[in-house]
Design a protein around this ligand. Sequence first.
Ligand SMILES: NC(=O)C1=CN([C@@H]2O[C@H](COP(=O)(O)OP(=O)(O)OC[C@H]3O[C@@H](n4cnc5c(N)ncnc54)[C@H](O)[C@@H]3O)[C@@H](O)[C@H]2O)[C@@H](O)CC1
Ligand SMILES: [K+]
Length: 486
Amino acid sequence: MQRITPATAADLFDIAATRRIEQAAAAALPAHTLMQRAGLAVARLAMAIAPHARTIWVACGPGNNGGDGFEAAAQLRHRGFFPVVTFLGEEGRLPPDAKASLQRARDAGVTFAATPPSAHELAIDALLGIGSTRPPEGAMAQWLARMHSSSQPVLCVDVPSGLDADTGTLPQGASHPRESALTCITFLTLKPGLFTAQGRDAAGTIWFDDLGCGAFKDRPTARIAGAPDSQPRSHASHKGSYGDVAVIGGASGMAGAALLAGSAALHGGAGRVFVGLLDPNAAPVDTAQPELMLRDARTLDLSGMTAVCGCGGGEAVRELLPNVLYTAAALVLDADALNAIAADGALQTQLSSRGRDGAPTVITPHPLEAARLLNCTVGDVQGDRLTAARDLAARFNVVVVLKGSGTVIAGGADTLPVINLSGNARLATAGTGDVLAGMIGAALAMRKPAFDAAREAVWLHGRIADTWPADAAPLTAGALARRASD
Ligand SMILES: NC(=O)C1=CN([C@@H]2O[C@H](COP(=O)(O)OP(=O)(O)OC[C@H]3O[C@@H](n4cnc5c(N)ncnc54)[C@H](O)[C@@H]3O)[C@@H](O)[C@H]2O)[C@@H](O)CC1
Ligand SMILES: [K+]
């Protein structure tokens, strides 16, 4: 059993691949073995979470996820705990493994009840796993709501019930866990839906158990990539070794966004950082950061430079984009640059031919910007974030950083998308996106391949938030940028 952390590197498998792996693993083992191993793993984690629990409520559904719950209840009873099982299904229609585990729970002397116990110290959610096909309703929805409104911990078996294990979406109106501490133990494979969209909030702390079947492999859907290899600077390097970044943005009243991106690029390790401001009346120097070389955006020669374009760009950035797309040696497109491209077919053609020519380009949309670029709704994007990121990458021949809970980084068809696990809600403050764009720019300027530059910067950006000292001042974008060298 392994706890998944932001530093974990592992492949993710969708439901179809998980089913194939399960079939192959089950065929190589005596009947019912997998479920017995799954139930034992649930019981062990339950005892670790709630060692002093008097009553453990095990809510079991109509399929094999429920079977894992019966098996866990049997194991807990054998160890002196008092599980109370509520079962939502018909015994006669249970799959064979689950039926065998139901019998084992009965034989172990587990208490079965028609309704949840009046009090419990731990709830085990074994209602639905990867076989969820429709929103929970009736008693199932009520039981989930009851679990999640209690202050007692919840242990989800395989996936939180109702969560789509491929996309991380919950049915509309699903009870959203707020009060309870959540843990999820997932079996055989790590599923992408646990790590993006609503999955992270719904699953809480994730544990993985391969049920002794590590040898069974299939084609992964995506990856969690963990911490990048750190590459210390060599002693012989000088500022030219790390390349130039030019931030293009900061239209009237929005200079701060461009300066934040510039600061992040500087602290992220770029050799020199120019900030090309779109506001002709901007101050000639940022006295707080004199290292930043402020220029009029229209005068910068971007050939040989990494441009970070769009931060605080407003409408004004549009007129510069044809030149930026044509001349920048490497490019990060953010915010208003993406909105301008979404509204202009000629710029879209230019962007995709730039990528076809092999010029490194990273785009960093949040879901609304992604929806504009794909000409769909935010709901479509959030309904399948991996597909949205892959579609954008294919359409524009770029590396895509689709921001949000479980940021997705997607590149070409032969690159496995990555879901980033670092970061937290502290990053939900103004300017953090500008900082990320600057950090990616610095990594590109160091001549890292675009996909690696994006992945590493996203991970580091999140890691800074994860390690923000609890007793420090609240995270601000400016302070985040200054820690981009961490
Ligand atoms: N077969 C085995 O030996 C193993 C099974 N495993 C468990 O089995 C799970 C998959 O089992 P299943 O394929 O049976 O799928 P589930 O247990 O997720 O549920 C499928 C059943 O639930 C019904 N259902 C779907 N949505 C519903 C809803 N909203 N309300 C009410 N009923 C609904 C379906 O009609 C079907 O009867 C995995 O998630 C995992 O927990 C793992 O433990 C690995 C070993
Ligand atoms: K479940």
